[in-house]
Design a protein around this ligand. Structure first.
Ligand code: ADP
Ligand code: MG
Length: 911
């Protein structure tokens, strides 16, 4: 218990799991907490001390659940073999498990990377920025960047941060930290403020990477970015490679892990200019990674992931990638499209090659299919957490290197990959060959059972194994000899874990047992004995067994040490495989769906022919109606401006949202280097893609919707540049009609205020038909588009019309909203539909009159509802006071008359 409490004091913010034999136990308050969270039975030890435990081989399962419940867990292991330990077994905390630092296969999603972040705010007000450091713990990828507070949240979401470190100033987190944490919905991890001090942080980095200066990493020694980066490295060190105190005899137990952070790559500075920024709200609105309303997906039984990433990385055959590394990279490419022509063209060229040369593609696919998650295995090797299976997977994967590179040799576009693979092969192939030659094909899950190395690999191991195997032969010969010599046919030689080897006689024969058999144990129906000969045999085999296991563990350490010397090469190999896999995935998708290579240009244009929605076309197949679009100056062949802002009107359910999103997704795919779902596309380079959805679309359920909508819109108006693409869907819906319309109007006007080339390209879908007037007011800048609807006289409902949505986008404005039709299609009761038509007619009749919406009092021409109740709809008819005001001649009023009039007006509104 002293040991337990000592560790507990070192990790007060963690639940402590303490290895005792085959269990991880915990005591005291931790036991109460864990038993609640994990549903464990709480037992009591001496003096009523609460205690709870989990079997050691299920640690991962319980860790996953503990993390999900928001706990941090410190794991204390036995550092020496309890059989050989003198006195108290030496233990030490070998790792601290936190949400951001996971590396075990069982605790991670294969196709999504997660990160841990550190943030450090500098400056105040408008000058403030965040030093942001991000590490993908499971691979060692390390990036740093200077960002604004708003961008920090986007980055944390996009990189799937699971934990955020910040400087603890004492007391509750500073408000800007709190704001950031609440934006990304993550609990923060407070760290001592001095870890973030420039000198301390720089020192932590220099000593970790063993360099005198950080200039080689593109970081000045006084760069404020170092603050977050240094604090983060220090944290990883503490949690992943905690220092283990020597035992009483001054040494560290033989079983102590030898974890290192050697897999951690030097920090790479991210330049925002290299990317087309898609902020977190836009990623969500475009359903890039996740659908907004998963429940409303398809009615089909199979759960289809209708996100953009989901259509690439579906399960089984639906997934275009062959390796976990490829999946993670492709996801990253789609969430962070490129921002420069060179980079985009390079990716496109490789995709184009795989599209046109299907033989190369097929051969590469076969080669990649057997490659396991080298990136994460390399990290586990470094942290001394690799399993035998990891090592074999590494060997069988890396040995495919020549197979991967062979098909690429015929393609000049891929020359850089061929050269890199050749270079890596010279050092990695011998390693892989060694692993494959030395290790069994299907290894045991743990080293403790042995059986990992093949026979013939090591003389000492072979000898120990021979003894054990020979033992079997010896035993059966011994049993036969004894039975014969003593004339006891029922005699058996057996083994169990507690009593070791024994000779067993059925009770009936035990009376005839000679004195040479020494009684060992009495069972219900049998007696067990031993002999000096058997004891000698036992001693020899048991030591042979443990000698064999020890030797295997030693060989395993040697092997992982050898792998450690190649970490950097393994990481480069992993990166090359990931890139090839992702490129091939893009190509396969393009071929399967008939996508084309977009022409990406530097001018601010957008021209799409036969564009489709990449996800909906999957679901609707040929029923999907393709559409065209030209936006921006000099688009297509027209030469002339077609306007920078397109206003899309049309009835509900016509396809407005689908159309504007598909345009954004095509632009996004083009920037990711992908082919696009269109028969032809010219895409002008974008610095940002903004997408906002009006609050009323039930998409922000539970939030103060209109505030959210306006905050998001403000961010667009403040940050959009002439090279941005803006998608606005029903903005202004979250408030009353007049507010909303006015805001929508002003926003549209603002976005089209400059000459077309100086405006962001904007698509604005709206049900405010009034906005279509902007086309005339801002000619050459705003263009009306509408979704075509066909109508004809209804058969079943004489006097009314039926409509069919054609989903076709055409120039010009929509003339009606057809909302009532849609409601009918949706199955609203007939009486409600009829009443709605009446009301609509009355509204149309008063359409050109001023409206006093907040005066629901009797008017001149009330629309009498059925049942004679007070009309709800008189509010749409002008109040007489309004008419009086309109007719008023101010010049002819004396002050007294004016006062008198005011009084009468007030009376007439009932007060
Ligand atoms: P709106 O935003 O105008 O209300 P949506 O874009 O939400 O309409 O589209 C409603 C439905 O119409 C979609 O769920 C889809 O089933 C169908 N749809 C939209 N666009 C197309 C299209 N181009 N081809 C075929 N069906 C479409
Ligand atoms: Mg819509």
């Amino acid at each position: 218990m002293q040991q337990f409490y000592r560790f507990k004091r070192q990790h007060p913010d963690c639940v402590l799991l303490f290895r005792i034999g085959d269990f991880y136990e915990t005591f005291d308050d931790d036991a109460v907490t864990l038993s609640k969270v994990l549903g464990l039975t709480l037992t009591r030890r001496t003096e009523g001390l609460p205690m709870a435990g989990v079997p050691f081989h299920q640690l991962e399962v319980y860790l996953r659940r503990a993390l999900a419940a928001g706990l941090r867990v410190a794991v204390a292991d036995q550092l020496e073999d309890s059989a050989v330990a003198k006195g108290l077994v030496q233990r030490g905390v070998t790792r601290v498990v936190t949400p951001g630092t996971l590396v075990d296969e069982a605790l991670l999603d294969e196709d999504a990377s997660t990160t841990i972040a550190a943030v450090c705010f500098t400056g105040t007000g408008d000058d403030s920025f965040v030093a942001l450091a991000l590490i993908e713990a499971s691979t060692g990828e390390f990036t740093v960047s200077h960002v604004s507070s708003a961008t920090a949240a986007d980055e944390l979401v996009r990189r799937r941060a699971r934990e955020v470190l910040f400087a603890d100033a004492g007391g509750p987190p500073p408000s800007r930290v709190q704001r950031l944490l609440s934006l990304v919905a993550l609990p923060g991890t407070a760290r001592p403020a001095w870890h973030f001090r420039l000198e301390e942080a720089a020192h932590a980095l220099r000593s970790h990477f063993a360099v005198k200066t950080l200039a080689g990493f593109g970081l000045g020694d006084t760069d404020l970015l170092l603050t977050a980066a240094g604090a983060l490295v220090r944290y990883l060190k503490e949690t992943q490679t905690p220092e283990v105190a020597p035992g009483a005899d001054g040494t560290i137990g033989a079983l102590a892990p030898r974890a290192t952070l050697a897999h951690l790559r030097p920090p790479r500075r991210e330049e925002p200019a290299g990317f087309c920024v898609v902020d977190a709200v836009s990623l969500r609105a475009l359903e890039v990674e996740r659908v907004l309303r998963p429940g409303a997906a398809t009615a089909t039984a199979a759960v289809v992931d209708r996100s953009l990433v989901g259509t690439f990385l579906g399960t089984g055959a639906a997934c275009v990638c062959k390796t976990a590394m490829g999946k993670r990279l492709l996801r990253d490419w789609l969430c962070r499209p490129l921002g420069t022509l060179d980079a985009i063209n390079a990716r496109q060229a490789a995709v184009a090659l795989f599209v046109s040369d299907r033989r190369v593609a097929a051969e590469l696919a076969i080669a990649l299919a057997g490659v396991q998650d080298i990136a994460r295995i390399a990290a586990r090797v470094s942290l001394d957490r690799a399993t035998p299976r990891d090592v074999v997977a590494l060997g069988t994967s890396v040995i495919r290197l020549p197979m991967i590179s062979a098909p690429l040799e015929s393609a000049p576009v891929l020359a850089a990959y061929v050269a890199q693979l050749a270079d890596l092969g010279s050092s990695l192939t011998p390693l892989a060959e060694h692993i494959v030659a030395a290790c069994v094909e299907s290894p045991p899950p743990h080293m403790r059972d042995g059986g990992f190395f093949k026979d013939g690999v090591d003389a000492a191991l072979d000898e120990a194994r021979l003894l054990q195997r020979d033992g079997g032969t010896w035993l059966s010969a011994y049993q036969e000899r004894l039975a014969r010599e003593l004339d006891l046919p029922g005699l058996k030689v057996g083994f169990n874990k507690v009593f070791g080897y024994y000779i067993e006689l059925p009770a009936a024969q035990s009376k005839r047992a000679p004195a040479a058999l020494e009684r060992k144990q009495t069972l219900k129906n049998a007696e067990r004995y031993t002999t000096p000969e058997l004891r000698e045999f036992e001693r020899k085999t048991l030591t042979a067994e443990s000698r064999g296991l020890d030797r295997e563990r030693e060989l395993f350490r040697e092997l992982t040490d050898r792998i450690r010397r190649h970490l950097a090469e393994l990481q480069r190999f992993a990166a090359a495989v990931a890139a090839l896999d992702a490129l091939l995935g893009l190509a396969d998708r393009a071929v399967a769906k008939g996508w084309t290579r977009p022409e990406v240009v530097s001018e601010s244009v957008l021209h799409i022919e036969g564009g489709r929605h990449p996800v909906l076309e999957e679901l609707l197949g040929t029923e999907f109606v393709p559409n065209d679009l030209t936006l921006g100056s000099g688009g297509g062949n027209s030469g002339d401006s077609s306007g920078s802002l397109a206003l899309v009107t049309g009835p509900n359910m016509a396809g407005k949202s689908t159309f504007i999103r598909q345009v954004a997704l095509i632009v996004l795919l083009a920037h990711a280097g992908s082919f696009v779902p269109a028969s032809r596309a010219t895409v002008g380079l974008c610095d940002r893609i903004f997408t906002r959805i009006g609050a009323d679309d039930a998409l922000h359920a539970g939030q103060s919707t209109f505030m959210v909508e306006m905050t998001e819109t403000a961010a667009i108006l403040n940050h959009a540049t002439p090279s941005s693409l803006i998608i606005l869907d029903e903005i202004g819906r979250g408030t009353s009609t007049y507010d909303g319309l006015s805001l929508a109007w002003a926003i549209a006007e603002h976005l089209a205020a400059n000459p077309p080339a100086a405006n962001p390209r904007t698509l604005f879908a709206t049900h405010y038909h009034e906005l279509t007037a902007l086309e005339e007011r801002l000619p050459g800048r705003v263009r009306n588009l509408h979704v075509a609807v066909r109508e004809w006289p209804s058969q079943s409902d004489p006097g009314h019309t039926e409509i069919v949505f054609l989903h076709r986008i055409l120039p010009g404005r929509a003339d009606q909203s057809y909302g009532v039709h849609v409601a009918r299609l949706a199955g609203l009761p007939r009486a409600v539909i009829d009443r709605a038509r009446e009301v609509l007619a009355s509204l149309d009749a008063t359409n050109n009159q001023p409206i006093a919406p907040h005066h629901p009092i009797a008017g001149r021409t009330p629309v009498q509802p059925p049942g004679g109740q007070l009309s709800l709809f008189t509010e749409f008819v002008a109040h007489p006071a309004v008419d009086q005001l309109r007719e008023l001649k101010l010049e002819s009023l004396s002050p007294i008359q004016a006062f008198d009039l005011l009084r009468r007006l007030k009376e007439s509104v009932g007060e």
